[in-house]
Design a binder for this molecule. Structure first.
Ligand code: PLP
Length: 442
């Protein structure tokens, strides 16, 4: 295949005709497909069916003999804390097991820093004139929604192949109003990028003007491989302590995409001072987590290796769906110089980059053909992709055959939009008129 930009005018016209016919054919199929949801499929959820029988009628005490049917144990039971600490390479005393949602814990942390301040804060964040927050982009929309709700000013930092642009981050944190940063360090949502050790060490070691600067280390996909290989899990709490920034990281993890979303166990790991601070406030908010569910999970997994065994089974379901997406993108768009995409080895998403200024158009073309994609721009703070070029693909939910049909359609839409854009470039009058109307809309 040849770059679109090198095609002679007659070749281009021919391709345009073909893509137009492809699109008309696509519309005529009246598809109803959905590539928006980064959720496990039913087949994946069925993997954990045994968990619904656990912990069993006569098994309700933890390793210490505590009756887990009653109140208490704010930090969670040692059975699951030991197992998860082993998996995440942290010390059990640095890790809490909570209820089902890590996003809930993230919300609490921000909310409590806002209301009360952290152990390193001079005052609650609510009393700061302004709070700014670093957002690697594209990123996770629900992270952005939290910091938007609290009125923090979100600052974009581009993601690279090995994590966020750390030079840019290092510059930004010289501003004392910059209080923190979102991260998804492994198989990031939505790029699938894993941070390199160099980037991780740099984030732990860098000097920040704010003494209470925090990195939300949301390791939601720490073991979510698409093949047989598991990624490195870096001991960030150790790196930070060694660099004299022991309280920098709020580490998050959960079993939402390992067992059941909404009915799993979520974990929070951090420094002793941060854990104490968290527990002080959490003890006012509640008495203890769902410990029977924690016991069920400890029994279901058995060990850290047991968790990896479960994840291999997920990989065998998810892997082929991701391969299908990549095969179709390679076959239909490879070499044409119109789009690029990530090739994740884990996680739930692929990032597709279309020509600048076309992502919304691709989304609209797909929608009109019955293929729902995540709204263009949604992976950016305030829903604004400055280049209008990113689309998040989520192949986990639909059946493999549907993923295939949907992606053939998406490829047609990308080509359609790219050719339109090229035409615009070749007909500056049209482009000018459209530019003018765009400005008027703002
Ligand atoms: N963090 C990231 C990066 C996610 O992608 C998701 C779910 O998609 C979550 C957190 C939600 O986690 P939980 O179910 O533990 O609240």
């Amino acid at each position: 295949l040849m770059s679109l930009h090198e095609l002679a005018p007659d070749q281009l016209a021919e391709l345009q005709d073909k893509v137009k016919r492809d699109y008309e054919q696509l519309e005529s199929k009246k598809l109803q497909l959905d590539l928006t949801r980064g959720k496990p499929s039913k087949e994946q959820l069925d993997l954990a069916a045994d968990l619904l029988e656990m912990p069993g009628r006569h098994n309700y005490t933890d390793a210490q003999g505590n009756d887990l049917r009653n109140y208490g144990n704010l930090k969670g039971i040692t059975d699951i804390r030991n197992l998860w600490a082993d998996l995440l390479h942290v010390r059990p005393e640095n890790l809490l097991a909570g209820d089902s949602s890590s996003l809930n814990i993230e919300f609490d942390l921000i909310s409590w820093a806002y209301t009360f301040g952290t152990p390193n804060s001079d005052r609650p964040w609510s009393q700061e004139e302004k709070v700014k927050w670093i957002c690697p982009v594209p990123g996770y929309d629900r992270h952005h929604s939290i910091t938007e709700l609290f009125g923090f000013e979100m600052v974009n930092v581009p993601m690279r192949e090995d994590g966020p642009d750390v030079d840019r981050v290092r510059e930004l944190v010289k501003d004392p109003q910059v209080k923190g940063m979102w991260t998804v360090p492994t198989f990031s949502n939505p790029t699938g990028v894993s941070y390199s050790e160099e980037v991780v060490r740099e984030l732990a070691a860098m000097e920040t003007a704010a003494p209470d600067f925090r990195i939300v280390w949301d390791n939601a996909y720490a073991v979510h491989t698409l093949n047989e290989n598991f990624p490195d899990i870096y001991p960030v709490l150790d790196y930070a302590a060694e660099a004299n920034h022991p309280n920098r990281f709020w580490v998050m993890s959960s079993t939402s995409k390992i067992t059941f979303a909404g009915a799993g166990v979520a974990f929070f790991a951090s420094s002793p001072a941060n854990i104490d601070w968290y527990c002080q406030i959490a003890s006012k908010r509640g008495i203890g987590p769902n410990k029977l569910n924690q016991l069920a999970h400890a029994e279901y997994f058995g060990s850290a290796e047991g968790v990896r065994a479960v994840m291999r089974r997920h990989a065998s379901i998810l892997g082929p769906k991701f391969e299908t997406v990549l095969d179709i993108l390679d076959k239909r768009l490879g070499g044409l110089d119109v789009a690029s995409w990530t090739r994740p080895e884990g996680g739930y998403f692929i990032s597709l980059y279309t020509p600048n200024g076309t992502a919304h158009r691709v989304w609209e073309l797909a929608k009109n053909a019955g293929i729902v994609l995540t709204q263009a721009g949604s992976a950016y703070p305030y829903g604004k992709d400055p280049d209008d070029h990113h689309i998040r693909l989520a192949p986990s939910m639909p059946e493999e055959d549907d993923v295939k049909v949907a992606m053939e359609g998406v490829a047609t839409c990308v080509l359609y939009a790219a050719l339109e854009k090229l035409d615009e470039g070749n007909n500056p009058e049209v482009a000018q008129a459209e530019g003018a109307s765009e400005e008027a809309d703002d």
